[in-house]
Design a protein around this ligand. Structure first.
Ligand code: MRU
Length: 332
């Protein structure tokens, strides 16, 4: 029942079009690089690991269609969205193979390997994270760090899926996630159809839920984790981490190593995507703000390392310190 984010079939990449969820399950065929770039930009495919996998397939598509177009395709893919480092991680792998003379067929195999590898990382994140949760636990999550953000069972939600599978009684509060409602449209949808006990709340309710009800953990994904442990994730994550600290609730980030960026020293240096004001003023086609109003619409924020209890990764759980990160990266 866990949905499939993307699939290579015959000669093209097929995505579950996430802009149509939760009301319609529609497949989107990407047979050109332009189609992959546009799917990433409009969030038909989204979530850091999934963007990376889609980017890798984009390079393979370029090579299969016209081997001479690979370099410019990589440039176009890299310009699609700036924050999730998984995209640049995957493009770098593909670039190195291309430079080493990989054939189009070999580039396709490499993309398929990146996909399979992500699936396995998700499974391991679930395994390590589930062990952290007590037999009965209530968890708040933000945005969608689920199956639909990866090629596998997700990152934050992998922890939930695995804990439930182990027989733990897990209740999830899913933040709606303004302005594009990934929590309501995607997390609530994917957890509900998988039979997980999920309750939808608006972003502004999270602190009150922490105060009034028992909450054992906050678990989110990340789009890029800097060398000092500062972590960028969907806008609203920082506020959630501040509220968790105030209420003495551990705040965890679940992410694969493809999300860790040793080249970015700290959170201030993470590029934060700003999106169209219309997402805030007329989301989903209905104007909800006065015409001409000034809007600030960053898609991500940065949670400082000191608010993060630990990182849940495919290689285990470790604290959000520069030392622990450097050690974990060196083990690669
Ligand atoms: O704008 P989105 O929907 O791509 O943002 C996604 C998130 O912020 C996720 O939490 C993050 O990519 C981690 S997904 C495992």
């Amino acid at each position: 029942l866990i949905p499939k984010t993307l699939e290579w079939k015959n000669d093209a990449l097929y995505l579950l079009d996430q802009t149509r969820l939760p009301l319609e399950e529609v497949e989107l065929r990407c047979g050109t690089v332009a189609e992959v770039v546009s799917a990433i930009k409009c969030l038909a495919v989204r979530g850091a690991p999934a963007i990376g996998v889609a980017g890798a397939y984009g390079v393979a598509i370029a090579a299969l269609n016209d081997p001479a177009s690979v370099v410019s395709a990589i440039k176009d893919l890299a310009a699609s969205r700036p924050t999730a480092v998984n995209l640049f991680w995957a493009l770098e792998k593909m670039t190195l193979l291309h430079r080493a003379g990989a054939t189009p067929a070999e580039l396709l195999v490499a993309a398929q390997e990146i996909e399979a590898d992500d699936r396995e990382r998700c499974r391991l994140i679930g395994e390590h994270g589930a062990a952290l949760l007590p037999d009965e636990a209530t968890v708040i999550t933000h945005c969608n760090a689920g199956a639909l953000a990866t090629a596998g069972i997700g990152t934050a939600l992998a922890v939930i899926y695995r804990a439930v599978e182990l027989g733990k009684r897990i209740k999830v509060y899913a933040d709606e996630t303004r302005p594009l409602l990934q929590g309501a449209r995607i997390t609530a949808w994917e957890l509900q159809r998988s039979g997980v006990d999920v309750t939808l709340i608006t972003d502004g309710m999270a602190a009150a839920v922490m105060k009034r009800r028992r909450v054992d953990a906050v678990i989110t994904g990340a789009d890029r984790i800097a060398a000092n442990g500062d972590a960028a994730n969907k806008i609203g994550t920082y506020g959630l981490a501040v509220a968790a600290r105030h209420h003495g609730i551990p705040f965890y980030i679940a992410a694969p190593f493809s999300t860790f960026d040793a080249k970015t020293a700290h959170g201030e240096a993470i590029p934060i995507e700003e999106r169209d004001p219309s997402e805030v003023t007329e989301g989903f086609g209905r104007r909800t703000a006065p015409p001409g109003i000034a809007v600030f619409n960053p898609a991500f924020d940065v949670t400082p390392a000191d608010l993060i209890r630990s990182f849940i990764t495919e290689r285990g759980v470790f604290p959000a310190t520069r030392e622990a990160l450097a050690k974990a990266m060196a083990e690669r």
